[in-house]
Design a protein around this ligand. Structure first.
Ligand code: AMP
Ligand code: FE
Ligand code: FE
Ligand code: ZN
Length: 284
């Protein structure tokens, strides 16, 4: 069984449609794939249909933008009720924050010598409900300012670069509670990747498990080196939470992130299904 629990479609900042992504998962030999677009469930119905067509089990997911002490942390929610009003409202706030920052980002980029307009960014996003910096990157590529998304982030879009603008994200503890309240399981995405290792220390993760019932941590992820994977895996075992592995596939948007690059063991997937069942039946 090959299981990949973190992927993105064009509904957020991936480049495949949800159906194309599931078809690609089938070709890649995956038995289970979770679609986890940023701050939206909109791609899931199409992905579920494609899963039935291609014989791939599709897990409904979302990657929630959250904030911990002013730092960006990504939280994966699995098996949430897509209509749960409190979670849906909060995802809507996050999407609004994504849109609201665009005029300032474009002004700052123009100031930095790489002019781009909000219209061009929205054209690059092609109707995606969750507009992200990768779409800004695509607009910069279309203008010929940069060669690819990576160069756009390195030069202009990463935190501390001239095009960076803060946006609203759900407080992390609240995000975990809302995922649980919608009957889903909550897993920290790439906790020691990029900037988040500074805030998601061992005591902080212990606190999230103790105080919010965090269900798991993503261990095998390309943003983690071998040492981080070993240490996080041991931590998950000690805290008795699920250790997942995934590709964080973004289609052609992220190089070297093919589907199935990292996978979740069948045993860990069973534990995650148990957690999802518990939260659903608790219906809190
Ligand atoms: P945003 O959702 O607007 O905060 O943008 C963050 C997203 O940009 C992440 O989820 C990644 O998909 C993507 N991203 C971050 N850094 C890079 C990079 N260096 N190259 C390509 N994509 C990136
Ligand atoms: Fe992304
Ligand atoms: Fe992420
Ligand atoms: Zn992701």
């Amino acid at each position: 069984m090959r299981i990949d629990l973190h992927t993105h479609s064009r509904t957020s900042d991936g480049t495949d449609s949800p159906a194309e992504l599931v078809a690609a998962a089938a070709r890649a030999g995956l038995d289970v794939v979770a679609l986890t677009d940023h701050d939206t469930f909109d791609g899931l119905p199409e992905a579920f249909d494609a899963g039935r067509e291609h014989g791939v089990r599709v897990v409904g997911g979302v990657e929630v933008s959250t904030d911990l002490d002013g730092h960006s942390v990504h939280l994966l929610g699995y098996g949430c009720d897509l209509t749960a009003p409190a979670l849906a409202a909060e995802l809507g706030r996050n999407r609004e924050g994504r849109g609201d920052r665009l005029p300032l980002m474009c002004a700052q980029l123009t100031e930095a010598g790489v002019p781009v307009s909000v219209e061009e960014v929205l054209e690059a996003a092609a109707g995606a409900p969750a507009v992200g910096r990768p779409h800004v990157a695509d607009a910069l590529i279309a203008r010929g300012h940069v060669a690819d998304r990576k160069e756009a982030f390195d030069l202009y879009l990463a935190e501390g670069r001239p095009g960076y603008v803060e946006r609203y994200s759900t407080p992390l503890g609240l995000a975990i509670d809302l995922v649980h309240g919608s009957g889903g399981a909550a897993v920290l995405a790439h906790p020691w990747g990029r900037g988040s290792s500074r805030v998601l220390t061992v005591p902080v993760i212990e606190g999230l498990v103790r105080d919010h019932g965090l269900d798991g941590v993503e261990v095998d992820h390309s943003d983690h080196d071998e040492a981080a994977r070993r240490e996080l895996g041991a931590l998950a075992e000690r805290l008795r939470v699920v250790a997942t592995g995934s590709s964080d596939y973004h289609g052609t948007g992220k190089k070297d992130h093919p589907l199935g690059l990292n996978t979740t063991t069948p045993a860990a997937f069973e534990e995650l299904l148990h957690a999802m069942n518990d939260h659903r039946s608790r219906g809190r």
